[in-house]
Write a protein that binds this ligand. Structure first.
Ligand SMILES: *[C@@H]1O[C@H](CO)[C@@H](O)[C@H](O)[C@H]1NC(C)=O
Ligand SMILES: *[C@@H]1O[C@H](CO)[C@@H](O)[C@H](O)[C@H]1NC(C)=O
Ligand SMILES: *[C@@H]1O[C@H](CO)[C@@H](O)[C@H](O)[C@H]1NC(C)=O
Length: 470
C-alpha cells in the first residue's frame, strides 16, 4: 500500500476514533518496602494523567488516598480467601461491608477482581472461583452497588492453543467446570473477562520464530493467520484475538474483555532475552499509542481496548527472576524508568515539550510540572533515512511511519512544502523524523530496522524544514 493511501486511512481513523477510543490504566502493585506513601502516589498518578488503576487487595491507605479523586480503581479479593468466599455468602457480605462500603463511592471502585490467575494457583482453588464471584455479586446486589463489575483475571495459559489466533481455545479441563459458568455469569451481570497477556513471555521463549519487532509493536511485515486470513501486526493483537476466538468457540461472542495486565521488563537475567529498558519503553509506548489512537483488535474492531499496564513501580520484594522486580514504569523515587507516554495528553504534549530542543531538557519532576511528560535529555537531534538499506526496506519503513506510526506525512504529498526533492530518501527522512519527534526522540524510535539514524545537524533536503517537535 502506498503511503498516500495509508495517510488517507489514517485521517479517516482519526475521525472515527473520536467515537470510541481505548483506555489505559496501570497496575499499582506494592510488593516492595521502598514505595512512596499512597497520598504521594495519587499525586504521581494525577501528574501523569493516569485515571484508571488496579490494585491487588483492598488496602485501606490506598483506597482512602484515592477518595475524592477522579481515579477509578479495580480492587481484588485475594486467592487466599477464595475458598471462604465460595463457601458462604455471609463471608462475602462481611467482605463487602468492610472492604468496599467504607470507601465507595467517594473512592471510585469500578470493579472487583475475584482472585488473580486462579487456575495457576498451586492450591487448586479453581473450583471455588465461580461460586465466589456469584457470592460477591450477590453481596453487592444486597447493598445496591452492583454497578461495580465482578470479574477475575485469567492468565493466557488458560488457553490450550493461542497460535494461530483463530484456533484459540480454552483448556478442555477448564471449559465445563469454570469457563462456561464464568462467561455465563459475566454475560448475565454485564461484566467482562479479565485477561493478563505478556507478549514478552512468548517472545523470550521463542526468539527463533517470533521477531522482536512483532513483539514490540514496531513496524514489521506482520504474521498471517492462515485460517482467518487476518495479518496481525503485533503479538499483542494476536494474543487478544486468540482469547476472543476461545470465547467465540463457546458462543460468548458478546462478552467484553479487559486486559488486566500487560508489560515488559526493563531488566532481566542473562537468560531472559529481550528484557531491556529500550524494549520496555517501546513496548509500553507503542502499546499506549495503539490503544489510545487505534481501533479494537481485528476480531472486535469496534470494541475499544482497555489495557492495564504492569506495573506502576519496580517492586523490590518480588521473588523469581530479575525481570519480576523490573516491570515498573517508575522507580520508587518517582522518577520514570524510561520515557513513555501514558495518556492522550502525553501523546499530544511530548512533542511540544521538546519543540524548542533545549539542550538542558531533562526529566522534570512529576510533582512540579503539572503532568508534562519527561523529555529526552539528548540535545537537538533529527532522524533521517539510511539510503543504504535499499528501496524496498525504505518504502516499507516509510509506509509504516506514515500509517500505523502516525507520522505527519502531509508535507511530502504532491504539491506540499516538502514534496521536493521528490525522492524516496527525502520523503522517508521527513516521515522518520516526524515519527521520531512525535515519540519525543525516545531511544529506538529512530531505527526502523536499520533504515534510519539520528543526526545532530538539521537535515537539508531542498527548502524543506524538518520539525523538531509538534
Ligand atoms: C462494567 O462493565 C461494563 C461492560 O464493560 C461497562 O459498560 C460499565 O461501565 C462497567 N461499570 C463500571 C462501574 O465501570
Ligand atoms: C482439585 O480440587 C477438586 C475439587 O475441588 C478435585 O476434584 C480435583 O481432583 C483437585 N485437583 C488436584 C490436581 O488436586
Ligand atoms: C524557543 O526558545 C527561544 C529562546 O529560549 C525563545 O525565544 C522562543 O520563543 C522559543 N520558541 C518556542 C516555540 O517556544
Amino acid at each position: 500500500m502506498s503511503y498516500t493511501i495509508i495517510t488517507t486511512l489514517l485521517l479517516f481513523s482519526t475521525i472515527t476514533s473520536s467515537i470510541a477510543t481505548g483506555t489505559i490504566g496501570v497496575n499499582y502493585g506494592r510488593i516492595a518496602n521502598d514505595l512512596p506513601d499512597p497520598t504521594k502516589v495519587v499525586q504521581l498518578l494525577k501528574a501523569n494523567n493516569i485515571d484508571h488503576i488496579k490494585i491487588f487487595d483492598t488496602d485501606s491507605n490506598v483506597l482512602k488516598a484515592l477518595s475524592g479523586s477522579t481515579i477509578t480503581v479495580t480492587v481484588c479479593l485475594s486467592n487466599e480467601v477464595l475458598k471462604s468466599a465460595a463457601a458462604d455468602q455471609s463471608f462475602t457480605d462481611n467482605w463487602v461491608q468492610s472492604n468496599i462500603l467504607p470507601y465507595y463511592p467517594s473512592t471510585l471502585i469500578d470493579a472487583i477482581a475475584v482472585g488473580n490467575e486462579v487456575f495457576v494457583d498451586p492450591n487448586n482453588i479453581t473450583n471455588f472461583l465461580v461460586p465466589a464471584m456469584k457470592n460477591v455479586y450477590n453481596s453487592l446486589v444486597n447493598h445496591d452497588i452492583h454497578t461495580i463489575n465482578v470479574s477475575s483475571p485469567i492468565a493466557l495459559s488458560a488457553l490450550a492453543t493461542s497460535y494461530p489466533s483463530s484456533s484459540g481455545t480454552f483448556k478442555p479441563d477448564l471449559i465445563e467446570p469454570v469457563m462456561k459458568p464464568m462467561l455465563t455469569f459475566l454475560k448475565k451481570t454485564g461484566s467482562f473477562l479479565m485477561v493478563n497477556v505478556y507478549p514478552f513471555f512468548a517472545y523470550a521463549a521463542n526468539t527463533d520464530t517470533i521477531s522482536l519487532d512483532y513483539a514490540l509493536l514496531r513496524q514489521n511485515d506482520g504474521v498471517k493467520d492462515p485460517k482467518s486470513g487476518i495479518t496481525y501486526k503485533s503479538l499483542f493483537d494476536a494474543q487478544i484475538d486468540a482469547v476472543y476466538a476461545a470465547m467465540n468457540a463457546l458462543q460468548f461472542n458478546d462478552v467484553k474483555l479487559v486486559v488486566s495486565e500487560t508489560g515488559w521488563p526493563s531488566k532481566g537475567d542473562s537468560n531472559e532475552i529481550g528484557a531491556a529498558e529500550d524494549n520496555a519503553a517501546q513496548y509500553n509506548g507503542n502499546l499506549v499509542r495503539r490503544v489510545l489512537t487505534g481501533t479494537g483488535s481485528p476480531l472486535r474492531p469496534n470494541d475499544p481496548l482497555t489495557v492495564y499496564l504492569f506495573a506502576l513501580f519496580n517492586e523490590n520484594q518480588k521473588t523469581g527472576p530479575t525481570s519480576e522486580r523490573n516491570y515498573g514504569l517508575f522507580y520508587p523515587n518517582e522518577q520514570k524508568v524510561y520515557n513513555v507516554p501514558l495518556s492522550m495528553k502525553d501523546l499530544a504534549n511530548i512533542p511540544s515539550a521538546v519543540s524548542n530542543g533545549s539542550k538542558t531538557a531533562v526529566a522534570p519532576s512529576p510533582s512540579t510540572n503539572g503532568g508534562d511528560v519527561t523529555v529526552s535529555s539528548v540535545g537537538q537531534t533529527w532522524c533521517v533515512a539510511n539510503g543504504k538499506v535499499g528501496e524496498k526496506k525504505l518504502q516499507e519503513a516509510l509506509d509504516y511511519a506514515c500509517g500505523e506510526g502516525g507520522a505527519d506525512c502531509r508535507p511530502i504529498q504532491s504539491g506540499d512544502t516538502c514534496y521536493n526533492p521528490n525522492t524516496l530518501e527525502a520523503h522517508a527522512s521527513y516521515a522518520f523524523n516526524s515519527y521520531y519527534q512525535k515519540q519525543a526522540r525516545a531511544s529506538g524510535s529512530c531505527d526502523f530496522g536499520g533504515a534510519a539514524y539520528v543526526v545532530s545537524q538539521p537535515p537539508r533536503y531542498g527548502s524543506c524544514k524538518f520539525p523538531t517537535g509538534y
